[in-house]
Design a protein around this ligand. Structure first.
Ligand SMILES: *[C@@H]1O[C@H](CO)[C@@H](O)[C@H](O)[C@H]1NC(C)=O
Ligand SMILES: *[C@@H]1O[C@H](CO)[C@@H](O)[C@H](O)[C@H]1NC(C)=O
Length: 455
């Protein structure tokens, strides 16, 4: 990562040499992935190395070769790279290499994500589960945050795959695609969310699939639903941290903690208006679409104490029946009433929710937003600034993120949005305070022997 995209010959030579010398699988794998990062964005200049790695007799280095294609040609849509990956995907003798080759397609094609479902369709029906898994990840990576229905359609059957890790891949990919999508934008969201819950709850579900559902639940709601994964920056450039983050994330196959690398790929979806001094003035702008279009998915309600109790005790249906009988016999009507009331409330709520979309007249057709607003990428085309307002964006088309504003009444007093003390102390690290922090560092622990004596 330190030499990302440098193509440093010295580093590559040494890494390759050491990968051939050492016997340790983990070290070889680390070097293989490291080599791919050094070649980030190098395209043709990486061809010789790709050739060399792909022909290596060590499958871990061939695996590195596939990631080198992914990194060197990320976002280029290069036909040469795609052909090579597709060839390896169906011909290599090693499953890991084939999986990596299919996964890598997602990195090459994220700009043309609409093509990906068509390209991986056959692979998603492969008899080889590793190829199917690769197809899942390729779809998830290329279509992340888009809500692509074609991709979801290919992934849905794989959520019921008879191989546990394919289900895992499908769960993760669906979450990446459905980030920040709500019911209004995408009718598939609710089903996928319930599916995660069911898989996690299921007692006899395989651990790998369950892990996929757990990760899926985290990814779909990542950053409090305020972030997305996008391999492209707002201006269409390759988003390097996201690409590297996702590439390292996919290494969780070998080591689960690597899944944390996905946080590198999260981009906040917000509009933050700043003035010439990079302070945030109070502004107002309009989102010219109904608020529900891009609203938050309602938060999952924590289970009430009542529900928890029920889950814990409902072991056998016969026991439950017997208990209910006993209750009735005792005449403990209060409890029974409680239980009867709850579902009624819920159904009423559900009815209201179901009715809401049927009465669009009630909902306003636009929404006023203030500074520091959550604005999704798909929402940007509905954003407009009043031309008469005091602050207008310097750049005509608003691309989200930090928007530099022009003050048409400079000189007049400004109302600024204060930054909280917490962030101020955390970020305002001047040279002096840095010194202080370093001086205050905790002392090194005393020497000790391990394992500890237990006395
Ligand atoms: C998400 O954004 C909203 C609105 O800007 C904010 O209130 C909320 O705290 C954010 N959530 C997280 C987890 O940062
Ligand atoms: C704001 O200032 C810009 C540049 O000075 C000018 O083009 C624009 O017309 C001004 N808008 C208003 C409403 O005064």
């Amino acid at each position: 990562m330190v030499m990302l995209g440098t193509a440093s010959e010295k580093a590559l030579d040494e890494m390759l040499q050491y990968a051939h010398d050492t016997q340790h699988e983990k070290i070889i794998r680390g070097l293989a992935v490291g080599i791919s990062l050094v070649m980030y964005g190098k395209e043709d200049a990486a061809d010789a190395l790709i050739e060399k790695l792909s022909a290596d007799k060590d499958p871990i280095l061939r695996y590195g070769g596939m990631y080198t294609i992914a990194m060197a040609y990320c976002g280029t849509g290069s036909n040469k790279a795609i052909r090579r990956l597709l060839h390896v995907a169906v011909s290599d003798v090693n499953d890991d290499v084939r999986r990596a080759a299919v996964t890598a397609l997602g990195f090459i094609l994220f700009r043309a994500y609409k093509q990906v479902p068509r390209i991986v369709q056959l692979l998603s029906e492969s008899y080889n589960p590793h190829v199917r898994y690769g197809a899942c990840l390729a779809l998830g990576i290329s279509c992340a945050g888009t809500g692509s229905l074609d991709a979801i359609e290919l992934l849905e059957p794989m959520t019921k795959d008879n191989v546990d890790f394919v289900r895992q891949g499908a769960f993760i990919a669906l979450a990446m695609i459905l980030m920040q999508q709500n019911e209004v934008q995408n009718p598939k969201v609710a089903g996928v969310r319930t599916m995660y819950e069911e898989v996690i709850k299921k007692k006899n579900e395989d651990a790998l699939a369950k892990f996929g559902a757990v990760l899926g639940q985290g990814i779909i709601d990542a950053g409090g639903r305020n972030v997305t994964i996008s391999m492209q920056s707002r201006s269409g450039h390759s988003n390097m941290p996201a690409i590297v983050g996702v590439a390292l994330f996919t290494q969780f196959w070998y080591w689960f903690p690597a899944s944390h690398f996905l946080s590198l790929a999260f981009t906040p979806t917000a509009i933050i208006g700043v003035n010439a001094d990079l302070n945030m003035p109070e502004i107002e702008f309009i989102s010219n679409t109904k608020p529900s279009q891009f609203a938050y998915v309602p938060a999952t309600k924590p289970p009430t104490a009542n529900v928890v109790e029920k889950v814990a005790t409902a072991v056998l249906s016969t026991t439950a029946k017997a208990q209910a009988k006993a209750k009735r016999a005792k005449g403990t009507e209060t409890e029974a009433m409680d239980e009867d009331e709850k579902p009624e409330e819920k159904t009423e709520e559900a009815k209201d929710e179901a009715k809401a979309p049927a009465k669009p007249k009630k909902e306003p057709t636009f929404e006023k937003l203030g500074n520091l607003a959550r604005v999704l990428p798909a929402q940007l085309k509905y954003i407009s600034f009043d031309k008469e307002a005091r602050y207008v964006p310097v750049k005509k088309d608003v691309t989200g993120g930090i928007v530099v504003l022009q003050d048409n009444r400079s000189g007049e007093p400004e109302t600024l949005i204060p930054t909280t003390t917490a962030t101020a102390t955390a970020t305002a690290v001047t040279a002096d305070s840095k010194m202080e922090v370093e001086e205050e560092e905790a002392p090194l622990p005393e020497p000790f022997t391990y394992p500890f004596d237990r006395e």
